[in-house]
Design a protein around this ligand. Sequence first.
Ligand code: GLU
Length: 260
Amino acid sequence: MKRQVIYIFLLGLVIFFSGCKKQDETSDVLDKVLSRGKLIVGVKFDTKPFGYIDEKQNLTGFDVDLAKHIAKNLLGSEDKIEFKQVTPSNRILTLNSGQVDMIIATMTITDERKEVIDFSKPYYMAGQAILVPAKSDIGSMADLNGKRVIIIFGSTAEKNTRLMAPEAKISGYKTYTNGYSALKQGRADAITSDDTILMGFAMQDDSVKLLPKRYSKEPYAIGFKKGESSTRLRQRVDLILDEMIKSGQLNKLKAKWIKY
Ligand code: GLU
């Protein structure tokens, strides 16, 4: 009899906890954010001026400010936020494994990415550019053929460069910090990525220059887990972006962070 009572009790526990899990799995991301009281956002930590650690060791930048604005709008305070570091090669996995509610990480909308995640409306337009040592005679994408060129794994420039300069000797790095220091150490002739990101390096270093030509259009948008569970959150974020565009706040953010 005693045993039976224990069995029934255990069975009850199993049913109770599996019920909880199911509810958690099916609840949508906006509800999760609201009940948790905190927004979890994937951003870059090494990509000036979008997401980077400043001299005071604070995480800051355009994408970071945008994330705080969204947290304030959803939860009443820009402090109700947790940031997780992402890189171009792990950001989609981080999002789809549920570790973050959204990604705000200089991410371009592409058809390929639209197959696996959903995007907000665009909030910024960048373009692919080339950064070279100041004394370099490289002047264009075509000049990269035969040269040692750095790309960041998982970035749009990785694919574009292979198409536009098929003879380039490409080496890939996981982070911008590592790619840039390889260029500085003379282990490559050029690095190619978005103009905004490369300008972050060029503005603080006279020994490199950003070439003037742009080779793509890179509309940045916020990434969400694909499907219904993120739809309400994505729609809320689109409304927030609309409001920021209408009120001029998005332009203010651009003026604050993009200095060229
Ligand atoms: N915007 C480009 C991309 O989404 C490059 C920037 C980055 O590496 O995050 O791939």
